[in-house]
Design a protein around this ligand. Structure first.
Ligand SMILES: Cc1ncc(C[n+]2csc(CCOP(=O)(O)OP(=O)(O)O)c2C)c(N)n1
Length: 167
């Protein structure tokens, strides 16, 4: 989705329409902006939330105009210092946090197993190296141009392992 409005609500609604696992990969600002979506009870058990927490809206660090503004950090990125621990507790869904690659590797297999509850996995990433990693990731994408559309093939699990997790 583009923008931060209603991303969590949309994923939750999508999970209600299917028995398959629905995985939402979401930034921290988008997540906290829409955390009341988890007020819905019960949160569907097939929902998996992967929260990429780089402590702010760091898309703006990757956009030419905002990245050159002296107000970048305070007014564009808006660092907050939050984790989703309390939000997950309020919603009564299991919560885990990974701050190293080793932890992430050990948590992912169970995270994607079906279960009786939704799950939230928070990954702490470092904003300073996010831009560099993002560009490297984009270079790995296989893009096939077709006459009417562009298909982008993304291996999300590989992407998760290339994230600059902060220790
Ligand atoms: C309602 C609304 N307000 C503001 C914006 C502008 N906006 C676009 S992306 C973004 C920050 C997203 O941050 P995050 O979800 O943490 O992802 P990151 O940029 O770190 O990958 C903001 C505030 C928006 N799209 N919608």
């Amino acid at each position: 989705m583009s923008g931060i409005d209603g991303c969590l609500s949309t994923a939750l609604g999508a999970a209600l329409t299917t028995d398959q696992l629905v995985t939402l990969i979401i930034g921290d600002v988008a997540f906290f902006y829409d955390r009341n979506a988890l007020w819905s009870a019960p949160v569907p058990s097939n929902l998996r939330i992967v929260l990429l927490n780089n402590d702010g809206g760091h898309i703006f660090r990757m956009i030419d105009g905002p990245s050159r503004q002296p107000e970048l950090e305070t007014y564009f990125e808006t660092p907050h210092g939050y984790t989703a621990r309390n939000t997950a507790a309020d919603a009564k869904i299991p919560y885990q946090i990974a701050a190293t690659h080793e932890t992430l590797r050990s948590l992912l297999p169970d995270f994607f197993l079906p279960g009786k509850q939704a799950k939230l996995l928070e990954i702490k990433t470092d904003k300073r190296s996010n831009q560099e990693q993002f560009l490297a990731y984009k270079a790995q994408l296989k893009i096939y141009d077709q006459p009417t559309k562009t298909i982008v093939i993304v291996d999300m699990r590989q992407f998760l392992f290339t994230l600059p997790v902060s220790g």
